[in-house]
Design a binder for this molecule. Structure first.
Ligand code: UT7
Length: 345
């Protein structure tokens, strides 16, 4: 670690004589389905208005996958783009982690399906479930494999086909979500501090605020469970909103403190793309400027585990984020779960 360039932040990974390797994101990629569904389209079959959705959430449109397009398809396409940017081939991948709450099926894992689709024959593969916080959880897990020298190249993917669990008869939730995937390639780069820190948290006591009750061993699929609509996403939006703002601010502050950074040193804050009002409240409390906050939820809605991954890809491809900049990712989701990560890009 001592050969790394000096910077005006502390690398918590390098403290206390830690001898592991740093872990960098060497490529990002995203894929969203072609079909765009606007608020005006929803007005035709949901009791809602563009005005309500825009003013309460900031969302204007979302992408909806085709009937024959599944979570693993979206994930594989995002992964191939991230691999191209990183300049790695499928046979170099040691491990694939897919964060999702909408796997193709309970098993085999979506990560195994992606492994086959991209031809990463050497890679181990597993899914990770932390809902909308999944991408940061997966980043933190993936980087442990790089730091410990267990893996040279890890593919981390956040991917969702949320349209498969949306209840189109529930206007309080169906207008919020969309489908998509984002991916990152993790490798050691000797010239970069890379992922400086990632904090994760959870509160299972509040799990009932946002869940899909059916489909597991508690409520397996039966005629009754289908009639009771237990296989759809349920959410107490107001309570989730309050918890989201508090948890995201706490996680972001903890991540910054660990690196001895202030928010003004961060080039770009990429928050979970759930609601513009949540993002504004987080920005205000963290004292981040609107220019620092990256927002693309108007185009894609809430894509859960894919959300910050898609946004990170867009921040890079649009030049908002340049190599050497500091980026803060901050997420919140079902579980409840939350997390934040600081990366030297
Ligand atoms: O990714 C996981 C994290 N999830 C989130 O971050 C979601 C967090 N929660 C939220 O974003 C917001 O709570 C919502 C956008 C879900 C709801 O906004 P709200 O300001 O909390 O609205 P509300 O639930 O208090 O509903 C206000 C009114 C209600 O009508 P009454 O009771 O005041 O007459 C709802 O029935 O808006 C009505 N409403 C709608 N009206 C038109 C709810 N959904 C709709 C709709 N269109 N789609």
């Amino acid at each position: 670690m001592s050969s790394l360039p000096a910077r005006d932040f502390t690398n918590p990974r390098a403290k206390h004589g830690f001898q592991g390797r740093t872990c960098s994101v060497t490529g990002v990629g995203a894929y969203v389905p072609e079909r765009v569904v606007t608020n005006a389209d929803l007005e035709k079959f949901v009791d809602t208005t563009d005005e309500w959705i825009t003013s309460r959430t900031g969302i204007k449109a979302r992408r909806i996958a085709a009937d024959n397009e599944f979570c693993s398809d979206l994930a594989a396409k995002a992964a191939e783009r991230a691999m191209a940017q990183a300049g790695v081939t499928a046979d170099q991948i040691d491990l694939i982690i897919v964060a999702t709450i909408t796997p193709d099926m309970p098993f085999p894992s979506t990560a195994c399906l992606v492994q086959h689709k991209i031809g990463a024959k050497r890679a181990a593969a597993f899914d990770l479930e932390a809902a909308c916080s999944g991408f940061i959880y997966a980043l933190e897990v993936g980087q442990q494999f790089i730091m410990s020298r267990t893996s040279e190249c890890v593919l981390v993917i956040g991917a969702e086909k949320l349209s498969s669990i949306i209840d189109w008869k529930d206007r309080t939730t169906c207008v919020l979500f969309g489908d998509g995937a984002g991916a990152a390639v993790l490798q050691h780069r000797p010239d970069s501090h890379g992922l400086l820190t990632a904090c994760m948290g959870a509160d299972g006591g509040k799990g009932g605020l946002l869940s899909q009750p059916g489909g597991g061993c508690r409520f397996p699929a039966t005629h009754e469970s289908v009639d009771q609509r237990l296989h759809f996403l349920k959410m107490d939006g107001k309570e989730v909103f309050k918890s989201a703002v508090n948890a995201m601010c706490t996680a972001a502050r903890e991540a910054l403190t660990r690196c001895e950074l202030t928010v003004s040193q961060i080039k770009c804050v990429i928050p979970h793309q759930a609601n513009q009002r949540i993002i504004d409240a987080v920005a205000e409390r963290l004292k981040a400027t609107p220019e620092q906050m990256f927002v693309n939820l108007d185009k894609y809605g809430n894509t859960s585990a894919a959300s910050v991954a898609i946004a990170l890809d867009e921040a890079v491809s649009t030049g908002k984020l340049q190599r050497g900049d500091l980026v803060l990712l901050v997420v919140f989701g079902a579980g409840l779960t939350w997390g934040a990560a600081v990366i030297e890009w």
